[in-house]
Design a protein around this ligand. Structure first.
Ligand code: G3I
Length: 394
């Protein structure tokens, strides 16, 4: 019911975010051919007033998505949705160390630069992901994140150089950086990665934040992890740890709650956790939300085995968003992609098979979960307005 009311009431107004659409041919000579479109996977589409991004804008909440840069520009529908529905973008893979420096000393920023340029054209902010992680490292550094042939001093030197070079390369273009990703295990113990071993403890994290801050003082710097959503050993350990970082005046601005949810588990006490981290004087964000469920075997990996599962998924998406809406310091809500074909879930959770985790189906059609989120945002106009700050904010 509200779904149709929404489309009737809101679809008529279209917010033109792109000045280019208004001015593109204004200066052309009479009879001259129109100027060619700018290079790269540009879009500059009009933003529908009932899009997720337009509805989020009313309360200053950025609605983001992880982006598969192979599809951006080459897949017209994927590109259109990215531009129209989302006001922030996160590179799903192309800012990770393995991709930006596959060979030691030689950077390849091309794919990440294209995404940043797309974001600028479409008035989107960028979440930089991720500077310090134990996964997706180049093989010259480590093939598993826990062992390396480099000495401790070399590990320290390459991490410092990596952070300085990457943050400087994107200086002024990144709203939030995931400076450190997944440094704790589920039992709350520090993960004993090559970073932990080289420093002989968690000292690398404060160094990483300080180096990133020096390289781009205006970027918001985040610690990002999964399973912080519910109160337990991991969430408690990260809470205590970021509290000590704040006490030591380490330049940390926020904590990212990845939000990889699964209908086989109870819904976490997410709002409580967002709020208690916010109460430390931090911003918070939901950074990688998806809601998986049991699905059929290949090739139907995105067909739920239980047709009622969709109701649980709708509920989880709605509650995840509402937890963010209820906490003023929650500045962005980012699903980990849109379009079940591109989700990491079916490949990773294959036995038993899970999938169907995103807001759009394998044909890039919005699912009922999308309309639930849209409705929640439409009803959220009275939620506390948030100020995400950061560079490049339109
Ligand atoms: O690009 C290569 C391709 O050339 C090759 O043929 C193919 C064969 O395996 O691999 C392709 O690379 C894959 C890459 O995704 C791009 O599709 C990697 O194998 C695969 O491991 C990688 O998975 C990514 C995963 O991080 C790695 O841990 C997922 O796309 C990405 O969604 C996922 O994202 C992480 C966040 O960064 C941190 N939080 C958890 C989240 C989910 O795991």
């Amino acid at each position: 019911m509200l779904r149709s009311a929404l489309s009737i009431g809101l679809v008529s107004a279209t917010v033109l975010l792109s000045g280019a659409a208004l001015t593109g041919s204004a200066s052309a000579e009479p009879g001259a051919a129109p100027a060619p479109p700018p290079p790269g996977p540009g879009h500059s589409a009009p933003v529908p007033a009932d899009s997720l991004r337009a509805l989020g804008d009313r309360i200053g909440l950025r609605i983001g998505t992880a982006v598969n840069t192979d599809e951006l520009g080459s897949n017209a529908e994927y590109t259109r949705i990215t531009a129209e529905q989302f006001s922030s973008v996160t590179p799903e893979n192309v800012m990770k160390w393995q991709l930006v420096e596959p060979n030691r000393g030689t950077y390849d920023w091309a794919a990440a630069d294209r995404l940043v340029s797309f974001a600028k054209k479409n008035k989107q902010l960028v979440r930089g992901h991720t500077l310090v992680w134990h996964n997706q490292l180049p093989t010259w550094l480590s093939s598993d994140g826990f062992t390396t042939t480099l000495s401790n001093n070399e590990v320290k030197a390459v991490l410092k150089k990596h952070i300085q070079d990457q943050v400087k390369h994107f200086k002024g273009d990144i709203w939030q950086w995931d400076v450190v990703n997944e440094a704790f295990d589920d039992d709350g113990k520090p993960r004993e990665t090559i970073w932990y071993k080289a420093w002989g403890g968690l000292g690398y994290i404060a160094d990483a934040f300080r180096w990133a801050h020096e390289a781009d003082p205006k970027a918001l710097l985040f610690y990002n992890d999964y399973n912080l959503e519910f109160t337990g050993p991991k969430s408690n350990a990260v809470y205590d740890f970021v509290k000590t970082l704040k006490a030591q005046r380490v330049p940390i601005d926020g904590v990212g709650f990845q939000g990889h949810l699964d209908t086989q588990y109870g819904f976490p006490d997410l709002q409580n956790n967002l709020q208690r981290f916010a109460d430390l004087g931090l911003k918070v964000a939901e950074t990688e939300v998806d809601v998986r469920t049991f699905t059929e075997a290949a090739p139907n990996v995105n067909t739920p085995t239980n047709p009622l599962a969709v109701y649980a998924q709708e509920s989880y998406w709605s509650r995840a968003l509402k937890a963010c809406l209820a906490v003023r310091e929650c500045i962005s809500f980012t699903p980990w992609g849109f379009g079940d074909t591109y989700s990491w879930i079916p490949g990773w959770f294959a036995d038993p098979q899970e999938g169907a985790a995103l807001l759009y189906d394998a044909d890039l059609k919005p699912k009922s979960q999308y309309y639930v989120i849209q409705q929640d945002l439409a009803l959220a106009a009275g939620a506390p307005r948030r100020d995400g700050g950061g560079p490049g904010r339109p």
